[in-house]
Design a binder for this molecule. Sequence first.
Ligand SMILES: Cc1ncc(COP(=O)(O)O)c(C=O)c1O
Length: 420
Amino acid sequence: MNKRSFLKSVALTGIGTQFGMDALAGIFHSKKGVSAAELAADNDFWEAIRKDYLLKPDYINLENGYYNFLPQPILEKYLQHIRDVNYQGSYYMRTVQWDNKKRMADKLAAIAGCEPGELVITRNSTESLDLVIGGMDWQKEDEAVFAEQDYGSMQDMFKQVSDRYGVKLVKVSVPNHPASDEEIVSLYEKAITAKTKLLMVCHIINITGHILPIRKICDMAHAKGVEVMVDGAHAFAHFRYKISDLHCDYYGTSLHKWMSVPLGAGFLYVNKNKISKPWPVFADWTTDKNNIARLNHTGTHPCATDLAIEDSIDYFNMIGAERKEKRMQYLQQYWTSRVKDIPRVVINTPLLEGRSCGIANVGITGIKPADLAKRLMDEHKVFTVAIDYANVQGCRICPNVYTTTEELDRFVEAIKKLAS
Ligand SMILES: Cc1ncc(COP(=O)(O)O)c(C=O)c1O
């Protein structure tokens, strides 16, 4: 592309009008006296962030959950990392590649609230969690507990260890509107037997946005000698917590979701006392069984993605964890409060503060989820994802910090029309 056509395409796409990270940081700094809850409703303020996103005009994107695509400043940094690594070639790979990856992991550990030696960068939640499921020292008739609302890939991995080693799989079903934390804890507790070896639980159930009482579940399971692995795919950089406060043994997440890292990044946390337990999926030269690196042999991989983790962390820190959480909560409450009492509308998410944050799920009695998603898109230009399994029939709604209340108003009008 020559210079003239590049400038033309910049003008067309709107990249030229974006706020740089420095300008944005100034705007954030100017609001430092304003509480996160107050700022959450300040649409003018979030408009500055919105300008960083190159948004397709074709539809309102309420499906930011699968991939939390990058704001332009992170994308530009990522492209530069690709160029730099390509320029340096094998020299980069043979010199600083691993030091850089370790630096990123240590920064993530600081945000995640664990020790640096307890976290490694993976490609995604699937790799992190399946590594633990597949790497346990399973014996015939051992048991594993998880929920039918859990993510399919992890359920498939459990099915494989069941077929391979004769492990019994025990599934619970998490209610969408529990009366208390204790109801959830007791659900898992009842599924545990003397043979249970591992319990998997979602920090936030991806199909509903339901946040589970992880620490209470871990404490209950540990009292019975059972290890807990937490699926935090949608939790990290969405709402605030510290892994050390959760008391879990293993925790996996994806960074291309709420942390807005380029595609293909996640992390695995393993409590330092458990690092020696799982077998690695790909064997590593590390012989020290207490070094988490033994679980993290990846072979050659797109390491420019590792480098962008630092940029995404900078962007996340600029917004601030509390401000992001409150904004996500505000957006969810904005639309759910306007549709929840409409006849035929079913909210499949507990709306009490602490039980959900930015994600929620809505269905309409008499309309199949796939049809609802299609009609939202075809008739109202609102992009969502249909969920139709376990006790969840509806569309998952995932706004992002850049979503406007005008967009949510259009979504609310669409739901009113479809329900009428
Ligand atoms: C709860 C949950 N677990 C695991 C995953 C898998 O994430 P990834 O595809 O990034 O590995 C997802 C993806 O959406 C998810 O929602």
